[in-house]
Design a protein around this ligand. Structure first.
Ligand code: NAD
Ligand code: GLY
Length: 368
C-alpha cells in the first residue's frame, strides 16, 4: 500500500494505491457517507465488472450505495449525459457537503468531476479509477471536462477530488487493449523527465501488461508521484510545467481527429504514436539523439502500441494532420506550443515550431 499526497494547500488530497482497496472500500470511504449513504456514478461495463465489489464492501461498513449507471464510451462526456447526471444527483438530494464517487475510467472521472464542480456551485467528489489511464493520469490533478461539437474537452473546470482510491486489481477485468493504451501514459512519465523510469518500462513493461501485481503497483505509484509533483507546482497549467504532461498529445490529438475519435485509435494509443513522432521530429531537428528516438519507437512497437501513422491507421497526409492541429485548444496567438525532447527524460516546451515543417516531417516519416 502507498499513499501519495497532492499538495495544494486547502485543496490537498491523498492518492491511495492498494491492491484489493475496492474490497476494503468501506474503511476508506465510510467517513465520506452522509447519513450512511454514498452515490456512486459509473458506466455499464464497470457496473458489471467492479461495482458489486464496492457495493459489498460499503454495505459491510453500513453504507447504502445509490448507483447512477451511465452508458460507456466517450460520447458520455456530453451535455446530454451531464444533464442526465445532474438531474439524477439532484433527485438524490445531493448537498454541497456531500461526496459523489466516480467509479470508472477517464470518461466517468472527467464527467463526474465536472458535474461536482457545478452542482449547487460545487459538491465534493472521490475518484475510484478503474482503467490504467485513469489510475496513472486522469484521476489525479483535477482536470474535468465534457466534449463540445467543436472539439474534445473544450468545456470543463479545474476541480480537485477529495480523495483518489486506486485498486490495481480492478485492471484484471479491463480489456488488454485498454490496458496497453493506458500504458502509453506510464511511459510518458519516463520520457518527460525520468530516464531511469523509462529504462524500467523497457525492462518490466511486459510484466505490467501481463498483469503482474508488483509491476502494476510500482508503475502506478511512480506515475502518480510524478503527476502529483507537477500538479502541486502548476495546478492550472500556467507556468509551463504541467504542459509537459501533454507530451505526444499534439501529434496524438491530430491522429485521433483523423480517425474520428473512434475505436480505431484509443486516446492512449494516439498518445503513444504521438510520443514516438515527437521524438523522431526532435531528432530530425537535431535536438535529440537519433538513438533515443529509436529507443522510444522500439519500446512502443515492442509492447504493441502504435508508433507511426500507418500503425495508428491514419490516412491523412501531413497537411491534413496539421489542419487538425490548428483546432487544438492549446493554440494561442497563432502559435501552437509543442512538446519536443533533447533526449529521453529531457522534454521541453517549444513555441517556435513551424507547422509547415511538421507537415513535411509527417510525410517524410510515413515514406521512411
Ligand atoms: P474510458 O473511461 O472510456 O474506459 C475505457 C473502457 O473501459 C470503457 O468501455 C469502460 O467502460 C471500460 N472499463 C473501465 N474500467 C473497466 C474495468 N476495470 N473493467 C472492465 N471494463 C472497464 O476510457 P479511459 O481511457 O479510462 O479515459 C479516456 C478519457 O480520459 C478521455 O475522455 C480523455 O479525454 C480523458 N482524460 C482525462 C485526463 C485528465 O487529466 N482529466 C487525462 C487523460 C485522459
Ligand atoms: N493529462 C494532462 C494533465 O492532467 O495535465
Amino acid at each position: 500500500m502507498a499513499i501519495v499526497r497532492v499538495a495544494l494547500d486547502a485543496r490537498s488530497y491523498d492518492i491511495v494505491i492498494e491492491q484489493g482497496a475496492l474490497d476494503r472500500a468501506g474503511s476508506w470511504l465510510a467517513d465520506y457517507a452522509r447519513k450512511g449513504r454514498l452515490v456512486v456514478v459509473t458506466d455499464a461495463h464497470v457496473a458489471t465488472a467492479q461495482l458489486p465489489r464496492l457495493e459489498a464492501s460499503l454495505r459491510g461498513a453500513g453504507v447504502t450505495v445509490e448507483p447512477v449507471i451511465l452508458p460507456p464510451g466517450e460520447q458520455t462526456k456530453s451535455w446530454r449525459h451531464l444533464e442526465e447526471l445532474l438531474d439524477a444527483l439532484l433527485a438524490l438530494e445531493i448537498e454541497r457537503g456531500d461526496h459523489v464517487v466516480a467509479l470508472g475510467g477517464g470518461v466517468i472521472g472527467d464527467l463526474v468531476g465536472f458535474a461536482a464542480s457545478i452542482l449547487k456551485r460545487g459538491c465534493h467528489f472521490i475518484q475510484v479509477p478503474t482503467t490504467l489511464l485513469a489510475q496513472v493520469d486522469s484521476s489525479v490533478g483535477g482536470k474535468t471536462a465534457i466534449n463540445a461539437r467543436a472539439g474534445k474537452n473544450l468545456i470543463g473546470s479545474f476541480y480537485q477530488p477529495a480523495l483518489v482510491l486506486i485498486d490495481p486489481s480492478t485492471l484484471d477485468t479491463l480489456p488488454v487493449r485498454e490496458t496497453r493504451a493506458g500504458y502509453a501514459e506510464v511511459v510518458k512519465y519516463g520520457l518527460i523527465d525520468d530516464p531511469d523510469f523509462f529504462a524500467w518500462c523497457e525492462a518490466e513493461g511486459d510484466k505490467l501488461l501481463a498483469g503482474d501485481a508488483q509491476a502494476r503497483e510500482y508503475a502506478i505509484e511512480r506515475s502518480v508521484a510524478a503527476k502529483a509533483e507537477i500538479v502541486g507546482e502548476d495546478e492550472r497549467e500556467t507556468s509551463g510545467r504541467r504542459a509537459l504532461l501533454n507530451l505526444g498529445h499534439t501529434f496524438g490529438h491530430a491522429l485521433e481527429a483523423d480517425t474520428g475519435f473512434s475505436q480505431t485509435l484509443l486516446h492512449g494509443e494516439g498518445v503513444g504514436a504521438g510520443m514516438a513522432l515527437a521524438f523522431r521530429y526532435s531528432a530530425r531537428l537535431g535536438l535529440c539523439p537519433a538513438e533515443d528516438a529509436e529507443r522510444v519507437t522500439a519500446h512502443l512497437r515492442a509492447v504493441g502500441l502504435p508508433y507511426d501513422l500507418a500503425s495508428a491507421h491514419v490516412t491523412a497526409d501531413g497537411t491534413g494532420l496539421v489542419a487538425h492541429m490548428l483546432h487544438d485548444k492549446k493554440m494561442a496567438a497563432g502559435t501552437l506550443p509543442f512538446l519536443l525532447a533533447r533526449g529521453i527524460g529531457r522534454t521541453f516546451l517549444s513555441k517556435d515550431v513551424v507547422l509547415e515543417d511538421v507537415a513535411a516531417f509527417l510525410d517524410e516519416d510515413r515514406a521512411a
